[in-house]
Write a protein that binds this ligand. Structure first.
Ligand code: NAP
Ligand code: 3JN
Length: 338
């Protein structure tokens, strides 16, 4: 099989680290792996397939022989360096929000809209959606195909790993400090995250919504290719390390019973149904962490409207929510287009 020169941009971060692990686990046909981060990481290495690979500083000349760039260095850095990579003949799969809503750039979850990958030819870039959106649309797509979704009301319970490696450290340190009766430090979040819930993810917009909430609204419509779906979201940070959970209320045009939904979801790619309340079986963040699937359970009728269902959706935000989804896109690119 043909091999590809792959660069991971932001390799030392929570997402970048997982990208390197995912490339190895899925045996992606890598000819040469280049790991890029900021000047702060010069001298560091990451292990890939048993070898220590050095971290290089991301520079304008970093992309000379690179075929595929997996980017997660933050929006401003992607905005600057993705076009430079493309000008060097590299296809960029970008994990930031920098290009997601560009109408010429595909926003892809392979289980939902794999066909959009071909639009990478427009600008050489494919955008990876926000983690909270990805796990929701993987479950909603087969239900939408069957009964047409009118409206979605979602509340999220998001792990600190979504904010990056510094936030993982902050939760660990706060728990230790509280346990040892010491004052806590707050550097990443405005309030204590240990033993707390913060209804605040990303910055606030003038209308009172958090940006994360509007990402879920806008990205869902683009990926599902249906602007008529109404979505409203409340996004909340919780003291969990890995795994985003979501309470999702869906109103359909046609009737869909919980049993019919479960049957469809059992056949849906990338979805596992865990739904046996009598045995205390429902999706849990601690079970989803490190797994590839998106888990759904607690499927039940919303008795307050004619055609409504409630459900609970959980996935590893760093894997399916970021690194795995990006590598799945790279797999389709490699198999069909490059
Ligand atoms: P992180 O743990 O803080 O890591 C940030 C990474 O970006 C590090 O590798 C860092 O390198 C690198 N970086 C920062 N500034 C850079 C620069 N000027 N030049 C080159 N590299 C630079 O954050 P993360 O959680 O991995 O997230 C990174 C980005 O991925 C986020 O900003 C977001 O846009 C995106 N993301 C997307 C999702 C999703 O939902 N799909 C989820 C999480 C994150 P150093 O170690 O050298 O500083
Ligand atoms: O907070 C989370 O759980 C997911 C965070 C994602 C994120 C963090 C910083 C910047 C993003 C994103 O992917 O939307 C961004 C961004 O690129 O805007």
């Amino acid at each position: 099989m043909k091999g590809y020169n792959v660069a991971v941009v932001g390799a030392t971060g929570a997402v970048g680290n997982e990208m390197v692990a995912t490339l190895a686990q899925r045996k992606f046909p890598v000819k040469k792996l280049t790991l890029l981060a900021s000047a702060r990481s010069i001298g560091k290495t990451l292990t890939y397939m048993g070898e220590e690979v050095p971290i290089d500083e991301l520079k304008e000349d970093s992309f000379k022989d690179i075929d595929i760039g997996l980017f997660s260095p933050g929006g401003a850095v992607s905005q600057k360096f993705a076009p430079i990579a493309v000008a060097n003949g590299c296809v960029v799969i970008d994990n930031t929000s920098a290009f997601r809503m560009d109408p010429d750039i595909p926003l892809v979850v392979p289980e939902v809209n794999e066909h959009a990958i071909k639009l990478y030819k427009n600008k050489g870039i494919i955008a990876n959606p926000n983690c909270s959106t990805i796990q929701m649309v993987v479950v909603l797509k087969p239900l939408h195909d069957a009964a047409r979704i009118k409206r979605v009301v979602v509340s999220t319970y998001q792990a600190v790993s979504g904010t990056g490696k510094k936030a993982i450290y902050e939760l660990e340190q706060q728990v230790l400090s509280i346990y040892n009766n010491k004052p806590i430090e707050k550097k990443v979040y405005p309030w204590q995250i240990a033993f707390n819930c913060l209804p605040h993810i990303d910055s606030f917009l003038e209308d009172g919504y958090a940006k994360e909430e509007m990402k879920m609204v806008d990205e869902t419509k683009k990926i599902m290719e249906d602007d008529t779906i109404r979505v409203t979201a409340t996004t909340v940070r919780v003291p969990v390390f890995y795994g985003h959970s979501e309470s999702v209320n869906v109103e359909f045009e046609k009737d869909l019973s919980p049993d019919q939904a479960r049957k469809m979801l059992k056949k849906a790619p990338g979805v596992k149904v865990v739904d046996d309340p009598a045995k205390n079986k429902y999706p849990l963040a601690i079970d989803a962490a490190g797994k590839d699937d998106t888990f759904v359970g607690r499927i039940r009728r919303d008795e307050s409207i004619p055609h409504g269902l409630n459900m609970w959706i959980v996935a590893d935000n760093i894997r399916k929510g970021a690194a795995l989804n990006a590598v799945q896109i790279a797999e389709v690119l490699a198999a069909r287009y490059l």
